[in-house]
Design a binder for this molecule. Structure first.
Ligand code: TRP
Ligand code: MN
Length: 474
């Protein structure tokens, strides 16, 4: 992600925006408002109800003068890679928390999460012989849409927790009031997280020669044992390359892109900047942004904002999506059919994907404009365990992944990537996997504040399975 690694862009000086305070930019054609502020006249779902609008304005004014978190050249690189994934020339791996928290944005948690993504990426790269685009739900995934505005416990009703970017999980009236200063904290946590990511991915930690060191746990565990022998093969291959006198930087460094749901419009629009080279607007809060199933109304504020930024963007598609609706989204977000611009992230549920996805793939083929297809096998498969936990079953998750590959095989379209909720920690939130986590085990280390995540070992198992689908078909 370092500017020096940009392909097809000039030097760093191309992106001079961070030297100009955007509030001093003048937009005569809109009467002074930023051109991407048109979302303000659209209905906006899932926005916090801030009691103090003046405090909010103060925070967003400060955010507008903060340096961008990512740079236009990196965002363009990712867009090109997403285009490659739409053609089957690369495969995208997105992993990370359902909701990142400020408290867990520590070096240890982040390292384990990054390590998990790297291990999955190694398994996929080696197993599928394809470049893997690595992306985290990381450094920005601090806000959550909620189905209920309020939560009731023991007869007490308070505003729902909407993520650390908005309020606190603690169940007290004070903690649950949306606090705009948390947007500033969001910026700073995203910034330090990105700094650590850049350090790990460019500072030697991601070096393929360390492929053994990322493994952990007992190799008696099938996933770890399998990883161990794969690591051994890669190690030998790398040794061979080294002995032959080749010293590729690419063995050492990795590009790990940052993504999150673009939910909080005040934050996203305050982080939007004009690239001085091209004059195009980029949402510089992260490289890749997506809109959720609950906020993707075609006339709504979220689609309006994302239509005006140049980032690669994703839209979640649930099981009730019609072909017309899908074409409407393409018309709004990628009318010219630019490769890599638009990703559909399907979250249908294992039961419904085989019935619903084929129709959308046919409609997309007929439409002709390129789409990058990814599967989110998590969100359509949430259940409640007999012990009362919100959970998901590993087998059901993998069944949706298989359904995704099958549908693409049948349609002759390209499965472009997977998008999963995971953590590097050994939590017990998803049942199943080779350690056969059952309902009773969920209580032992259930830590998520929102949705259940694959643990480290389940993530590796998934990577092995997906690598096989990629290599030999579902
Ligand atoms: N740079 C290459 C890539 O990103 C190879 C690589 C280096 C790699 N370290 C890695 C791949 C860690 C996966 C994981 O693909
Ligand atoms: Mn989630």
């Amino acid at each position: 992600m370092s500017p020096s690694s940009h392909r097809g862009r000039g030097a760093q000086g191309d992106h001079e925006l961070w030297r100009r305070a955007p509030e001093r930019l003048h937009f005569p054609e809109t009467g002074g408002e930023a051109p991407w502020d048109t979302w303000r006249s659209r209905p906006a779902a899932q926005q916090p109800d801030y009691p103090d609008p003046a405090a909010l304005r103060e925070v967003t004014a400060r955010l507008r003068s903060c340096p961008p978190l990512v740079f236009a050249g990196e965002v363009d690189d990712l867009r090109a890679l997403m285009g490659a994934a739409s053609r089957g020339e690369a495969f995208v791996l997105t992993g990370g928390d359902c909701a990142e928290t400020f408290a867990e944005s520590t070096a240890d948690h982040l390292r384990l999460k990054i390590q998990t993504i790297l291990q999955m990426a190694v398994v996929l790269t080696y197993g599928a012989s394809l470049p893997i685009v690595k992306m985290g739900r990381i450094a920005g995934q601090y806000a959550k849409p909620r189905s209920n505005d309020v939560e009731t416990r023991d007869g007490v009703t308070l505003p729902s927790y909407r993520g650390d970017a908005v309020n606190s999980f603690e169940f007290t009236p004070r903690a649950r009031i949306p606090d705009p200063t948390r947007l500033m904290d969001t910026y700073h946590h995203a910034s330090s997280t990105l700094n650590l990511i850049r350090a790990f991915t460019k500072g030697g930690y991601a070096d393929l020669r360390l492929v053994h060191h990322w493994n952990r746990g007992f190799t008696a565990n099938p996933a770890y044992a399998r990883y161990e022998s794969l690591a051994e093969e890669i190690h030998r291959a790398v040794k061979f390359i080294e002995a032959a006198g080749v010293d590729f930087d690419s063995l050492r460094d990795v590009d790990l892109y940052s993504s999150h749901e673009a939910l909080l419009l005040e934050y996203e629009s305050a982080m939007t900047r004009i690239d001085s080279r091209t004059g195009l607007a980029y949402d510089c809060s992260g490289h890749f942004l997506w809109v959720g199933e609950r906020t993707r109304d075609l006339d709504g504020a979220h689609i309006e904002l994302l239509a005006r930024v140049h980032n690669p963007i994703g839209v979640k598609l649930g099981p009730t999506t019609s072909a017309d609706e899908m074409r409407g989204i393409i018309d709004r977000l990628n009318p010219e059919g630019d490769p890599g611009r638009l990703t559909f992230i399907t979250r249908m549920g294992a039961e419904r994907i085989r019935r619903v996805l084929p129709g959308l793939l046919e409609a997309s083929k007929a439409d002709g404009r390129p789409v990058t297809w990814m599967t989110d096998p998590m969100h359509g498969n949430t259940i409640t365990s007999s012990t009362g936990y919100k959970t998901r079953s590993f087998d059901t998750i993998m069944d949706e992944v298989r359904g995704f590959f099958e549908a693409h095989q049948d349609a002759g379209t390209v499965p472009g990537g997977i998008h999963v909720e995971l953590t590097g920690d050994d939590v017990t939130e998803v049942i199943g996997g080779s350690e056969n986590l059952d309902d009773a085990a969920l209580g032992s280390r259930y830590e998520t504040l929102v949705d259940p995540r694959l643990n480290h070992q389940q993530s590796l198992e998934m990577a092995f399975q997906v690598a096989q689908y990629l290599a030999t078909g579902a």
